[in-house]
Design a protein around this ligand. Structure first.
Ligand SMILES: *Cc1c(COP(=O)(O)O)cnc(C)c1O
Length: 444
């Protein structure tokens, strides 16, 4: 293995560095870490990635994650050597990210008010465990294996546990899953059970579950696979990679995600920072993050709804302001609340990295209501695609930003549909109520 990648603290005043074999998700001072690479990959790799779509029998070409392995080569293997790939890279037999690409959806475009040619939606719900989480889990579990971890640990609003459970079962390692009791979709919980994960029910919300899982991981030598793990972020960079490749590496004007723990925001930002630095893209798309009205930490802070507008500020964000906001939530007894449980998060673990992504891309943050999200989810269905309520935030977020003329009618927009429907009663209840915009109630 070569010595070309390491971990680096995201705080420029701290800047501490660690070898790739470092097992913690934070630096010694408790800051988040980045995986950084010394080499600048040549843009001739674009051709290599394209050619790998004809996999020639290699699961690492089939994989929508490892097809881009030169751009996430933290293991520092010879990426052309299939034996090394097989030895080090963790894959669900090439299935992670394999089905993922952007589509045009005419009914969605009509609903949001943009030309069908300008709107691309990329469903990540067709990943093996049913959400985008598989992109990041492939890389996180690769690192877990590299450092010899016997057990992976996560807190989850549902999809992380489904993905972690699936990868753990495939690799024959243990998996502990901390869930907020009674607050995750039955279809997600049942997956974690099905894959043999150990469920730990936490009396509290996701933020409480994450806190406990991070503590227990430290004390009981577990390996954390939540998106605070910088290796998760590496795999999730392939979500924008696939969209960009499909658009011939011509950057769109916007990339839109729902915002929960902000792992996606972070990975998209990091992907764009790297591609721009390497000269692979000439334009920087703006990232739009869509919060739920009921779990709007990022929006409140970024848009100055609490005190001053919170910014990355070149690596000097006002972390005191963040603490005051969290104190305010606690004192007022405010708990995140939305039916879109995947984004029901009050303390986004990647807040600072998310701010960095927004600064780099001159991004925006907005909020949508539960009933709007349900409409967004439902209109995706009318185009023959499946997504869950949190993913509906992407659609109605785009609609809102178009109405506000923040997204212009002739802008090109890529929206990420993060996961597939696992809460069977949500569409049933939606369609039974004829008041809902896209409802088709049953007949007798
Ligand atoms: C995890 C998840 C999210 C939130 O993503 P973050 O990267 O944590 O912001 C959104 N939608 C779905 C379906 C998810 O599973």
């Amino acid at each position: 293995m070569q010595d070309g990648a390491h971990l680096k603290c995201i705080d420029p005043r701290c800047g501490s560095e660690y070898p790739i074999s470092y097992a913690n998700v934070q630096c010694a001072r408790g800051h988040l870490l980045d995986v950084t690479y010394k080499t600048r990959p040549p843009s001739s790799l674009k051709e290599t990635f394209y050619k790998r779509r004809n996999s020639e029998g290699s699961i690492f070409n089939e994989s929508g994650v490892w097809r881009f392995r030169e751009l996430l080569n933290f293991v520092q293997i010879d990426t052309t050597d299939i034996d090394q790939c097989s030895k080090y890279l963790v894959s669900l037999d090439g299935a992670e990210g394999r089905q993922s690409k952007p589509y045009q959806m005419s009914k969605v475009a009509e609903f949001v008010g943009i030309s069908s040619d300008n709107l691309w939606l990329q469903p990540e719900g067709y990943n093996p465990s049913g959400s985008f989480k598989d992109n990041g889990m492939a890389t996180a579990v690769t690192h877990a294996k590299l450092i010899g971890a016997k057990k992976i640990v996560c807190a989850s609003t549902g999809n992380t546990s489904a993905s972690a459970g699936m990868f753990a079962a495939n690799e024959g390692i243990k998996c502990d899953v901390y869930i907020p009791s009674g607050q995750i979709a039955p279809g997600k919980l049942s997956q974690a059970y099905q894959f043999g994960a150990q469920i730990i029910e936490v009396d509290g919300n996701f933020d409480d579950a994450l806190k406990q899982s991070l503590q227990d991981a430290q004390n009981h030598k577990g390996y954390t696979v939540n998106s605070v793990n910088p290796f998760r972020i590496e795999g999730q960079k392939t979500i924008p990679f696939r969209a960009l490749e499909y658009l011939n590496w011509e950057a769109p004007d916007w990339i839109v995600y729902p915002g929960g723990a902000l792992g996606n925001t972070t990975s998209c930002g990091k992907a764009l920072m790297e591609l721009y630095e390497w000269g692979w893209i000439k334009k920087i798309p703006k990232i739009a993050v869509i919060n739920s009205v009921g779990a709007s930490t990022l929006s409140d802070l970024y848009n100055g709804k609490f005190e001053d507008k919170l910014r990355w500020n070149n690596g000097n964000p006002d972390t005191e302001l963040v603490s005051r906001y969290y104190d305010h939530l606690d004192e007022a007894g405010l708990r995140p609340k939305t039916k879109a449980t995947a984004i029901q998060i009050g303390r986004p673990a990647n807040l600072l990295k998310g701010l960095r992504a927004l600064e780099f891309t001159d991004g925006v943050v907005t909020t949508v209501t539960d009933s709007e999200m349900l409409d967004g989810m439902s209109v995706v269905g009318l185009n023959g695609f499946d997504c869950e309520m949190a993913s509906g935030a992407t659609v109605v977020g785009i609609k809102k930003l178009i109405n506000q003329e923040i997204i212009k009618k002739d802008d090109t927009v890529v929206g990420i549909l993060t996961g597939r429907q696992k809460d069977a009663m949500i569409p049933v209840d939606y369609h039974r109520d004829s008041e809902n915009r896209f409802a088709k109630p049953p007949r007798n």
